[in-house]
Design a protein around this ligand. Structure first.
Ligand code: MF3
Ligand code: CO
Length: 284
């Protein structure tokens, strides 16, 4: 596809005149809008979609193997082999010094858990497996929760409500809404259910890089923050805690994020595209 650069224009090359006008008007009003570089051209979208499809295939593949008795190291190995076999690169590997291809976060681990041969999934565990793929230079990112064997009612409810938080966040991420609307909707659902929202980590733009603008907080105030416009691709990935929202980073590995009180945490993540009429989940 041919890329047409329109000098001085804020928007990607495929907007309708109606959208162009709307954005110019909002811009004059001083509304906070995303930088042009995070609005995808059709050509970029094609690459991002292909990456996201492979990332989804990887999660589907892993889900066939994630059960009691498998080590997180083994999950990591399966992910590395699957990804490289398909001509892609696991994005976490060597990212800021991260040593593995996936993040595996069990029970009180909030995110960024490092796979290990000494860590074996056991009945009752809830585990998040977070995978990200670079295909032809385009990035994708998604994660799911897995419940191993006999999981307590309380843990099940946390996993379920966290999934609902993601769904509500996606439903709220409409063109011309604000990022604060998304955060507020997620926070409201989590807190209504007696849970808390992790503050120190957030969703993010993704596509040309692993982490791009904007930051997508999973808490916030309606009517605040950057306006959501067609052409953006970003993740929504709420981390919801049973107890306090406070977390700490393991000082031995400098990666593993754990709940401060040792209670459970869950997370689900999708990557979405904002369209002129709504949004599209790219990672399903
Ligand atoms: N997938 C995680 C995210 O959503 C990133 C983990 S990769 C790591 O940002 F290298 F930072 F651990
Ligand atoms: Co992410």
């Amino acid at each position: 596809m041919k890329k047409i650069i329109k000098g001085g224009r804020f928007t990607p090359d495929n907007y309708s005149d109606e959208i162009e006008e709307k954005i110019q008007k909002l811009r004059k009003q001083g509304v906070k809008l995303p930088p042009r570089k995070v609005l995808r051209t059709p050509e970029q979208l094609e690459g991002i979609r292909a990456s996201a499809n492979l990332n989804t295939a990887l999660l589907d593949y892993l889900s066939e193997h994630i059960k009691e008795g498998i080590s997180t190291e083994e999950i990591d190995r399966l992910a590395f082999e699957f990804t490289t076999k398909h001509g892609a690169i696991p994005a976490p590997l060597n990212y800021g010094g991260f040593p593995k291809s996936v993040c595996t976060s069990i029970n009180e681990v909030v995110c960024h858990g490092i796979p290990s041969p000494h860590e074996v999934l056991k009945s009752g565990d809830i585990v998040n497996v977070d995978v990200s793929t670079i295909l032809n230079g385009y990035f994708s990112d998604a994660s799911r929760m897995f419940m191993i064997g006999d999981v307590s009612e309380e843990a099940r409810r946390l996993v379920q409500v966290t999934k609902e938080c993601l769904e509500i966040g996606i439903a709220t991420a409409q063109p011309w809404a604000r990022l604060g609307d998304v955060g507020a909707a997620i926070q409201e659902h989590a807190e209504k259910n007696g849970y808390s929202v992790v503050r120190d980590l957030c969703g993010h733009g993704v596509g040309l890089k692993f982490h791009e603008d904007p930051e997508v907080a999973h808490f916030g105030k309606r009517g605040t923050g950057m306006m959501i416009v067609p052409g953006m691709t970003f993740t929504i990935e709420p981390m919801i805690n049973q107890g306090t929202y406070k977390v700490f980073v393991d000082d031995e590995d400098d990666w593993t994020v754990c709940t401060d009180d040792g209670k459970l945490s869950a997370q689900w993540e999708h990557m979405i595209l904002i369209t002129e009429t709504g949004n599209e989940i790219l990672t399903q």
